[in-house]
Design a protein around this ligand. Structure first.
Ligand code: C2O
Ligand code: CU
Length: 492
């Protein structure tokens, strides 16, 4: 066994035990592989085989048509409209869509490309598009009343900006957003880095969401449950992966896949597992983290993204499930709740292959220098003006009464985001990436982060460019709707 492994891997056993079966022999940096494989000395390596035929067919998302011949410009027409779809079997749901598909078209470009979107609104209501996490110029940020006028029913707007950062992003409306996102308005935006190592594997983009439907497939009113639901947030009873209930994915044992996962749900937190098989996390919101990390489950709060390598370990010929597990996010969030099947994972009947080794060191993340930084307190607050009303705010002030925070171009801030309420809040800042000041975490750039109950986090952010008024808010959209939002004015 030892000698056969030596032959396969060209490394000695102790190194193998520590580092997994490293295939790239030139790579002398530490590496992690999912797990020791017992594939034996005749096994192929993951890079020598393809994914199973039709592996991701059931999860395919619409691809937009590029009307611009320039390879560095992606120019598309995008129409918001209501489209009838069969979400639950035999019932028709009038889904609010981008481009008639759910999720909206998957926009994929490479870092440095220019994106031009000719948007037209054929919905019965005003809307807009916010490019979540993308460092756009302020007037492209898609916030009605702050960065642009609402795009009225029948109206148009052209979004035009350069994709400066690789990463996994998404787009959604920023008006009546708890309702509109809940009705289907979201899509993925992937910005590729052509320099990413090939070992990360074939890419699968997964958009998680949920819908609140009655038995006839009609949307429940967006104020269902009243103040209690404002407080808890509305989790839809129907869990969707790329717009489908329990879609199916084909894998081959040992053949890695790179999953880019987006939580596009209004409120639902996702903790996902597949038989406790290892996920090698590469990064999240704004591209690669400094180091990879092996986890046996992934947690995604609303609007967050995770990018990881999945190494299938089920036996050939078996079928099992990727499952959702309840996440503790405050009062009543896990009590009497159970796991749910999200996506079928079919392990094809092909011999297993030896997983490729995934590098540990991924990217150098320059630490923001916080000496002399301006300190601000962002206290996430909830009050009950009467028995039937919940009002949320920042430092006790709901959005509609708030005044902008002030920053100057060139300033660095440290924001203490405090949560003394009984529910977690996923905090999101528009326009700038931040770093969480926490030694325990692997350094990475974020735009959305969970603030658990009765805790606080310190976030460092540099306002180095792009003046304008930017939003920050809780991304439980029901919370944002009842006031947990504010603005930040970055002056030149
Ligand atoms: Cu995902 Cu203010 O947005
Ligand atoms: Cu919240």
């Amino acid at each position: 066994m030892i000698s056969s492994l030596k032959i396969i891997c060209g490394m000695t056993l102790p190194v193998l035990l520590l580092a997994g079966c490293a295939v790239n022999q030139e790579n002398s940096s530490p590496s992690q592989s999912a797990q020791m494989s017992n594939a034996g000395n005749t096994a192929l390596r993951a890079s020598q085989v393809s994914q199973p035929a039709g592996w991701d067919e059931d999860l395919a998302m619409a691809i937009p048509v590029d009307i611009n011949p320039d390879p560095d410009i992606l120019e598309i027409n995008l129409e918001a409209k209501i489209t009838d779809m069969e979400i639950i079997e035999g019932k028709i749901t009038p889904v609010w869509t981008y481009g008639g598909s759910l999720p909206g078209p998957m926009i994929r470009a490479k870092v440095g490309d220019r994106l031009i979107i000719h948007f037209s609104n054929n919905l019965p209501d005003s809307t807009s598009i916010h490019w979540h996490g993308v460092r756009v110029p302020n007037n492209m940020d898609g916030v009605p009343g702050v960065t642009q006028d609402p795009v009225p029913a029948g109206g148009k707007f052209t979004y035009d900006f350069v994709l400066r950062d690789a990463g996994t992003y998404w787009y959604h409306p920023h008006i009546n957003s708890a309702a509109q996102v809940g009705w289907g308005m979201y899509g993925a935006l992937v910005v590729e880095d052509p320099a990413d190592p090939e070992e990360f594997g074939d890419e699968l983009v997964l958009v998680f969401s949920d819908m609140s439907l009655d038995e006839e497939g009609q949307f429940l009113p967006s104020d269902t449950g009243g103040a209690f639901s404002d407080l808890f947030g509305r989790e839809g009873g129907v869990i969707l992966v790329n717009g489908k209930v329990k879609p199916s994915l084909k894998v081959r044992k040992g053949k890695q896949q790179r999953w880019r996962v987006i939580n596009a749900a209004r409120t639902r937190y996702y903790t996902i597992r597949h038989n406790r098989q290892p996920f090698i996390r590469l990064g999240g919101d704004n591209g690669l983290a400094e180091r990879s990390e092996t986890l046996d489950q992934i947690k995604l709060v609303p609007s967050e993204r995770t990018d990881f390598v999945f190494t299938p370990q089920d036996e050939p010929g078996t079928v099992d499930w990727l499952k959702w597990y309840p996440t503790e996010r405050g009062y009543g969030s896990t009590f009497n709740r159970f796991s749910e099947e999200m996506m079928e994972v079919v392990t094809v009947n092909e011999p297993e292959v030896l997983p490729e080794s995934i590098p540990t060191e991924l990217r150098h993340i320059e630490q923001i220098d916080v000496t002399g930084a301006k300190e601000l307190l962002i206290d996430l607050t909830i009050v009950f003006p009467d028995d039937n009303t919940v009002e949320m705010g920042i430092n006790g002030i709901p959005y509609w009464n708030s005044k902008p925070l002030e920053a100057q171009i060139g300033e660095t801030h440290v924001w203490t985001v405090r949560n003394d309420t009984d529910f977690n809040h996923p905090f999101h800042l528009h326009g700038y990436f931040f770093q969480v000041l926490d030694e325990e975490r692997i350094p990475e750039w974020k735009d959305s982060v969970d603030i658990p109950v009765h805790t606080e986090l310190k976030l460092a952010v540099s306002f180095d460019e792009r003046p304008g008024t930017w939003m920050y808010h809780c991304h439980i959209l029901d919370h944002a709707e009842v006031g947990m939002m504010g603005t930040l004015r970055v002056s030149p």
